[in-house]
Each structure stands twice: as structure tokens, then as C-alpha cells.
Design a protein around this ligand. Structure first.
Ligand code: IMP
Length: 426
């Protein structure tokens, strides 16, 4: 198939970076379609580790890398990221990086709004990355944001900045915060435009023309399906649509067939607040965190850990139209005596097979588990299905059955060659 979309099927941090990097070898273009620098992708190639937030992972393989209009772009963060990959020998220029001209910019004061919003939520804090992502999407939907193309006309830019400042200042004033200055924001935008304008492009044209030429496009999702603004664990979600359908409005791709691969951790993690039915607040949770090195790439926060939740992954399989699953970090479970999988929820006396939308029902969920024996041997770096321990195969087959989705890729180490491929998405 000529298009492959990669999405996370849980709460993010499923290990998408490695799989995208591995698939990008076969791709002609790698495209981001939502999120911003709240994302963090780690790619390990031999002894070099690349931590990417905004740049599509294909940049490391020198593939055409595209940032779609569905992304909110912090140009100052991008500049820093480009400088940091440059130090590791990756050249980024307008022949390789294209940014949609209609992309919304993340302005520095959005971080202040993000922090202010969080502090006002009290005990209902979301635990955002404080990168200003939510406020940027709010201004986009409010039709007052600054877009990349606005940097081209200075007169118009000043007017837009002024009305943005007039919109936000009363709230800053109300909370006794430093007021925004049109001049400062305008000047910093003019300054950064000297760097960012070179990448501005009608990306929708590039994508559709590439499709026509039968180029292979890899759409790289950020965050995870359960953080989707509509279908995630609202309000403990990010502010963009993270599901696969977003590739269309987030890049301008016209309708076309597309293979959707759902990256899925062999257990479950989440950073930030919100419901998590299979969370383990005990020594097994600690063990998973330690063994899996579960610390956020962006904020370095400790991730919450729990058993695999087949109810949730079955739901995100349906919502994304997944063709198959790629299971990551199987080796983290290697030493466990017994491993549980959540196969259903009990709410009072009722058993349900989906995650309800309302917070009250969510708080009543009691997971129903099936227990499987652990394989208690190392799966690190295994490259063939027949080399996996029988009990590990049973675990994976049970996931397939409960999620109603076949597994085509199994990742057994952070290195790109630590991968079992059962069927290629491209
Ligand atoms: P925001 O996207 O910074 O607004 O944060 C909203 C929620 O999404 C918080 O719970 C974050 O921890 C979570 N989040 C945002 N980006 C990621 C990610 O890349 N991985 C995992 N969680 C994320």
C-alpha cells in the first residue's frame, strides 16, 4: 500500500519513534499531522540517540519530512531542535523539510496561559506538558491565531498580533499577570520569520502530487488515541485529534486508501492525570516503570504503569480503523511470574466491553482480568516469531483475540533490528 499511518493505540509513549524510523526506510515522505512539541520521539541508531519533538522522524533517514497544518508549531523550539540534530550530523534544509503555510504557530505566551489554566484547575489538573499546545489550538479554533503564512506580510501581522493581545490581556490583567505587549510579540515574530519562512510551503499540494506519483507516504501520529480530544479520556486529553482520520484535515490529503498500524505497548502507561483502569500502584507497577524506563521524553515525568487493557485497545482499533498492531517493549515483561490482561469492565453489577465517555461511570470501573503465566526468559533482540518462548506467543495470541486485531510487528529492543516482522504494511 502506498500510504501507511502510524498511531498510538493507548495514552502515547507506545514506542512510535522506533517503528516510524524503521518503516521510514521504505517511505518517500514522512508527515506529521497533529500535535506539537508536546510529543517526544526517541530514535536509537547504533550508539546515537535522537530525541525529536517537532521534526518528523524521517529526518534522521534523510527522507522528505513534512509538518502538516494539523500540527501547532513553536518556531523557536523547532530552531533549537534543528540545531541539536545538526550537531549529530543531520542536515535540515528547505529541500528536505516542508512546513504547511497554514500551520498555527505556538507563541511564547501560550506557555504562560497553559500554566495559568493548570493552576486554576486545582485538583483537576490535567498534567499538560506546559508547551502551550492547548492554548494554541484554542486560538486556532477561535479564528484569531497567527499562522506561518501570516509572517509574510508585516502590516497584516501587526494588526493580527494587536487583536490577539487585546483578546488575551483582560484575562492576564484579571489574574494579576504581566500584560502582553504587541510590540514585543510582533518583533519576536519578525525575527523568527527570517529562519522559519524558508520552510513554508503549500504542503497539501506536495502531498497530493506525491500520491499521484505513487510515492510512499508515512503519516506519523503523535500522542495516543486515548488522548484524542473527542474520543480520549476527556478532559484529561491533549487538544488535537490523534486518531488516524486526522491525516486528512491535518495535511490536506484527499481521500485515498491507507494502511493503519497501531503501535501498542505490551502493557499500559500514561503520563499526566486521568482515568487508568488497569493502573498498578504497587511493586509490579514500579517494576514495569523501572524495567521499561518509563519516564516522559518531553517532561521527564515518571509514567504511571499498568496491565495491558484489551478493552481500550479494541476500542481504539475500531476508532482508527486499524489494519494491524505493532507490539512494543515485550521484553519488559520477561521476568514476570504471571501477567494479566484486562478483558472487560465491571460497573456495579453490569459487565461492559467498552470505555464509557462519562467520568462518573469511568470512576466505577473494576477491570476483569485473565491471568497468563510469564515466560521468564529473555526475548531481547529476538528477530523471528518461532524463536519466541511459547508462553510469550500465547500472550500475544491472547492480545490478538481480545482486541480482535492481528499483530504484524513485534519490537523486542530499542534498536531498529530488534524487530519481528510478520507482515509489511508497505
Ligand atoms: P498537552 O498536550 O501538553 O496539553 O497535555 C495534555 C495531556 O496529554 C497530558 O496528560 C500530557 O501528559 C499528555 N501528553 C501530551 N503529549 C504526550 C505525549 O507525547 N506522550 C504522552 N502523553 C502526552
Amino acid at each position: 500500500m502506498s500510504n501507511v499511518t502510524i498511531v498510538g493505540t493507548q495514552w502515547g509513549d507506545e514506542g512510535k519513534g522506533k517503528i516510524v524510523d524503521w518503516l521510514s526506510e521504505k517511505a518517500d515522505l514522512v508527515v506529521r499531522f497533529q500535535g506539537g512539541n508536546n510529543a517526544g520521539h526517541t530514535i536509537q541508531i547504533k550508539d546515537k540517540i535522537y530525541k525529536l519533538s517537532l521534526l518528523p522522524s524521517g529526518i534522521v533517514r534523510k527522507k522528505i519530512s513534512v509538518i502538516g497544518n494539523g500540527v501547532v508549531l513553536d518556531p523557536w523550539a523547532l530552531k533549537e531542535e534543528i540545531a541539536s540534530v545538526k550537531k549529530k550530523g543531520i542536515k535540515v534544509d528547505p529541500k528536505i523539510l516542508y512546513i504547511a503555510e497554514n500551520t498555527t504557530l505556538v507563541l511564547p505566551f501560550y506557555k504562560d496561559i497553559d500554566s495559568l489554566n493548570e493552576s486554576l484547575r486545582g485538583k483537576n489538573i490535567i498534567g499538560t506538558t506546559k508547551r502551550g499546545i492547548g492554548p494554541a489550538y484554542e486560538d486556532k479554533v477561535g479564528r484569531r491565531c497567527i499562522r506561518l503564512c501570516d509572517l509574510k506580510n508585516k502590516k497584516k501581522l501587526r494588526i493580527k498580533v494587536q487583536s490577539l493581545v487585546e483578546y488575551h490581556n483582560p484575562r492576564f490583567k484579571y489574574h494579576n499577570k504581566k500584560l502582553l505587549s504587541t510590540k514585543d510579540i510582533y518583533n519576536s515574530l519578525v525575527k523568527i520569520s527570517n529562519f522559519i519562512n524558508q520552510y513554508s510551503y503549500p504542503v497539501w499540494k506536495l502531498i497530493n502530487e506525491s500520491m499521484k506519483k505513487n510515492k510512499k507516504i508515512l503519516f506519523e501520529g503523535a500522542q495516543g488515541s486515548l488522548l484524542d480530544i473527542d474520543f480520549g479520556t476527556h478532559p484529561f486529553v491533549t487538544s488535537s485529534n490523534t486518531l488516524s482520520g486526522q491525516i486528512y484535515s491535518g495535511t490536506g490529503l484527499g481521500n485515498s486508501s491507507n494502511y493503519v498500524l497501531g503501535i501498542t505497548k505490551a502493557y499500559t502507561t500514561r503520563v499526566g492525570s486521568g482515568p487508568f483502569p488497569t493502573e498498578l500502584k504497587n511493586s509490579i507497577g514500579e517494576f514495569l516503570g523501572k524495567q521499561g524506563n518509563e519516564f516522559g521524553t518531553v517532561t521527564n515525568r515518571k509514567r504511571r504503569c499498568g496491565w495491558f487493557d484489551a478493552v481500550l485497545v479494541n476500542q481504539t482499533k475500531i476508532l482508527n480503523g486499524l489494519n494491524s498492531l505493532a507490539i512494543t517493549k515485550l521484553d519488559v515483561l520477561d521476568k514476570l511470574e504471571n501477567i494479566k490482561i484486562c478483558s472487560g469492565y465491571r460497573i456495579n453489577k453490569k459487565i461492559i466491553n467498552y470505555f464509557p465517555a462519562d467520568e462518573h461511570s469511568q470512576s466505577l470501573i473494576k477491570p476483569i482480568y485473565i491471568s497468563l503465566p510469564g515466560w521468564k526468559s529473555s526475548t531481547v533482540g529476538i528477530k523471528r516469531w518461532d524463536k519466541l518462548p511459547a508462553k510469550a506467543k500465547k500472550y500475544l495470541k491472547t492480545i490478538e483475540k481480545l482486541t480482535n486485531c492481528k499483530i504484524t510487528v513485534i519490537s523486542t529492543s530499542p534498536e531498529r533490528n530488534g524487530t519481528i516482522l510478520l507482515e509489511s504494511p508497505f
